[in-house]
Design a protein around this ligand. Sequence first.
Ligand code: XBP
Ligand code: MG
Length: 245
Amino acid sequence: MSANSAALQALIFDVDGTLADTERDGHRPAFNAAFREAGLDWHWDEALYGELLAVTGGKERIAHFVSRHRPAFAQLPDYAERVAALHKAKTRHYTQLAASGAIPLRPGVARLLHEARSAGLRLAVATTTTPENVSALLVPALGPEAMAGFEVIGAGDVVPAKKPAPDIYRWVLERLELPASACLAFEDSENGLKASLGAGLATIVTPCDYTRGQDFSGAAAVLDSLEELALSDLRAWLSGAAVSV
Ligand code: XBP
Ligand code: MG
């Protein structure tokens, strides 16, 4: 173990793109359903959504789209309320879809969570998405006790500055009462990696369809999936040793 690393005590997971491939066929159609329901002619196709993902957070993403593509909408007197209502409807559509079990976890995720818990590691979530989306996704995949397995859930608006700001990871570390050197983060995107690195966390990146090809400089490892990952690899990564999987 290197001088500045502690023993591994906790794993902190991003949700969207990391635990499950949620964006293209989960969040995106939920946004589109909310726009349709509100009588708007907005439609985010796969390519446009890929561009909009540069901005994390659903409300923030809607505002980004408006500023670029529908600037007149931002002049409406009740603009902020409209964005909030659109996002609330989007969350309703997303949770319905996720709760139906339509969005599977990525390969290796359920096994790693189970093994880590059995080995006494503490688990936490650090995500930009709305808290109810996390349980809607995880309960069908992991069972009714899914959320109890995570000691800290950092989600959505608990911090004002979303990823790539490190705030959500710092918020989770404070509640775990652990230094970053005792934890590993799991991310799928450059924005997420910037956030975790900003909080001083060694980070394993498993890119998803939308994030493959992004800049993952500074990651402890970049893997296709968590499928082949063993807990012994994680301990070695934390201590800075080179590991090949
Ligand atoms: C996830 C996101 C989220 C979801 C939408 O980023 O960007 O905004 O796309 O979630 P990360 P909400 O994986 O880096 O946390 O609409 O619930 O905000
Ligand atoms: Mg992500």
